[in-house]
Ligand binder design. Structure first.
Ligand code: SAM
Length: 282
């Protein structure tokens, strides 16, 4: 059942993202699509979200597959997946995402033009048992917990037997690290120690107050899917924040993402910054 809290959450997200993606310049996406191999080579070795989402040979499994990306946002990933030969459906509550998709379809010679579906994912009337992949990149944590349950039920309905949901999400598995994180100001976000300013910032922030713990995603996923896998990503990479933008930062990120896999699992589980969540319909 849709709650008032869920509706308010969707409204707040729409307002925020319509503003963010308004007049989004697609030049970068076109450049990356036209230099696909170079783009992917860099992105999947240095950027946590791309490193995580494209694990397990995802790139090669896309050709000819039917994919829906929920919360496609700036549409970079839907553009790349379409350029890799997937039949892509893109969903977002922001109408601005739809404008980006229209421009991409016009500018690119995709095997299958991207289909944009505007609105809350549950208002979609996509047929059941249709998709090889349901994708979400930094999407689930935007949903209130009740909305997330509805979404996972919908994901289960949309996936073919043998299909796979892949979600890249932030991870907060240590209360201590979480408290530290809020204390450090970033961009427009003030330190949690500045209580009044922090409260004001939070009022406008589109994220609902909820858990991002790996344990939560495991437990919730098990309600709907037979197979649940959570892969921690970013235990060492999180320290790249200490570097300025540039080649040195990229070198560190590449090294960190490659080497953190060697840490004991309990270290990665506790200190990871983000996670790849894989749910399968077996
Ligand atoms: C953090 S952004 C991520 C965008 C993109 N996936 C990326 O990686 O840059 C979250 C996106 O989810 C969308 N969103 C939030 N709630 C939604 C809902 N109920 N249904 C569909 N999209 C939603 C927002 O409009 C926004 O574009």
């Amino acid at each position: 059942m849709r709650t008032i809290e869920s509706d308010q959450n969707i409204e707040k997200n729409k307002k925020h993202y319509d503003k963010l993606y308004a007049n989004y310049p697609i030049g970068n996406i076109l450049y990356w699509i036209n230099n696909l191999d170079n783009f992917l080579e860099t992105a999947i070795t240095t950027e946590t979200s791309w490193f995580a989402l494209y694990q397990g040979n995802f790139r090669d499994r896309l050709r000819g597959s039917k994919v829906v990306e929920m919360g496609c946002g700036d549409c970079v990933n839907v553009g790349i997946m379409a350029a890799l030969g997937a039949q892509v459906f893109a969903n977002d509550i922001s109408s601005e995402s739809g404008k980006i998709v229209a421009k991409l379809n016009q500018a690119c010679d995709f095997d299958y033009p991207i289909t944009f579906i505007e609105g809350d994912f549950l208002k979609n009337e996509l047929p059941e048992n249709t998709f090889d992949f349901v994708i979400g990149k930094a999407f689930l944590h935007h949903l209130s917990l009740s909305l997330e349950n509805e979404f996972l039920e919908e994901t289960h309905r949309l996936l073919k037997k043998g299909g796979e949901a892949r979600f890249f999400e932030p991870a907060v598995n240590s209360k201590f690290l979480d408290a530290m994180r809020w204390m450090i100001p970033i961009g427009e976000r003030p330190s949690s120690l500045k209580r009044r300013a922090f409260k004001e910032w939070k009022r406008n922030d589109p994220h609902p107050d909820r858990t991002f713990s790996s344990r939560h995603f495991k437990k919730t996923g098990e309600k709907y899917f037979k197979s649940v896998e959570i892969i921690p990503v970013g235990t060492l990479e999180r320290f790249s924040r200490l570097f300025k933008w540039g080649e040195q930062k990229n070198r560190f990120r590449r090294w960190a993402l490659e080497n953190e896999k060697r840490l004991p699992l309990w270290v990665n589980k506790t200190f990871t910054r983000s996670q790849l969540i894989i749910y399968k319909n077996l």
